[in-house]
Design a protein around this ligand. Structure first.
Ligand code: NAD
Length: 241
């Protein structure tokens, strides 16, 4: 792995991924809709990291960003957000906002990265525990992330001919600006921890480590997989007896 693009790399899990890839000696392009923050990240890290603006909901922006990067062998898509609300109350615009970024954005990244990534390269998409576990008030997000898991499987089949591996990482609750935005509140955190065998929420670097593994040659026989990185929260248990 020589050159990686981390989309949504200016914050949270994406930012931790930029640092984890850089630590492996990979040249990294930080691509984010927040161009100022991406520039700041790149400036703070020196020559091996550069910044680009990309909006994953806009096909022209996605193609322009990939064209500007040139050759690359790894793409990680961390762009995401959640515009929460109960389904009976949710405005169509709020639904579309989340689905556009999380699901349509993933499609556009796979479409254009799939055409350009080097043979033998990899695409890693960030799904969520919510792609397989429902959360009341998070219908647009849960549906989008379930869609991401399926898109990854389809892409893995379609791109295997060129030995491009496509995988998903599904984090549980991780403290980042995104979870602050939707209320990384004590109640939510406590309930999550209660239902999590390893008994805590996660850190961005713990997700980044899995992303780096999946992008590396150590994962050369892994494609179409979804890795749950959540302290075991997907095991949601019946009460102990
Ligand atoms: P974050 O808000 O810290 O980072 C998300 C980044 O995506 C930001 O830099 C933002 O500017 C960028 N972004 C948003 N819209 C974009 C667009 N249209 N085009 C390009 N970039 C865009 O959030 P995070 O917690 O680091 O989330 C990263 C990914 O992990 C998301 O896909 C999120 O759904 C997923 N996830 C997070 C958690 C968690 O608990 N934090 C849990 C499960 C899944």
């Amino acid at each position: 792995m020589k050159r990686a693009i981390v989309i949504g790399g200016a914050s949270g899990i994406g930012l931790a991924t930029v640092d984890a890839l850089s630590a492996e000696g990979v040249e990294v392009v930080v691509a984010d809709v927040d161009a100022d923050r991406a520039e700041k990240v790149a400036a703070e890290r020196g020559d091996t990291v550069r910044a680009l603006r990309v909006d994953v909901t806009d096909e022209e922006s996605v193609t322009a960003a990939f064209d500007a990067v040139g050759e690359f062998d790894t793409v990680v898509n961390c762009a995401g957000l959640s515009d929460p609300g109960a389904l009976t109350e949710l405005e169509l615009s709020a639904w579309r906002h989340t689905v556009d970024v999380c699901l349509t954005g993933t499609f556009l990244v796979i479409k254009h990265a799939g055409r350009r990534v080097a043979d033998g390269g990899s695409i890693t998409c960030i799904a969520s525990l919510n792609g397989r576990q429902p959360g009341a008030g998070m219908g647009s997000y849960c549906a989008s992330k379930a869609g991401v898991l399926m898109l990854v499987e389809v892409a893995a089949m379609e791109l295997a001919e060129r030995r491009i591996r496509v995988n998903a990482v599904s984090p549980g609750l991780v403290e980042t600006p995104l979870t602050e935005g939707i209320g990384f509140v004590p109640g939510l955190t406590d309930e999550y921890i209660e239902n999590t065998p390893l008994g805590r929420s996660g850190e961005p670097a713990e997700i980044a480590d899995t992303i780096v593994f999946l992008a590396s040659d150590k994962a050369r026989w892994i494609t179409g997989a979804a890795f749950d990185v959540n302290g075991g929260a997907h095991l949601k248990r019946y009460p102990d007896v």
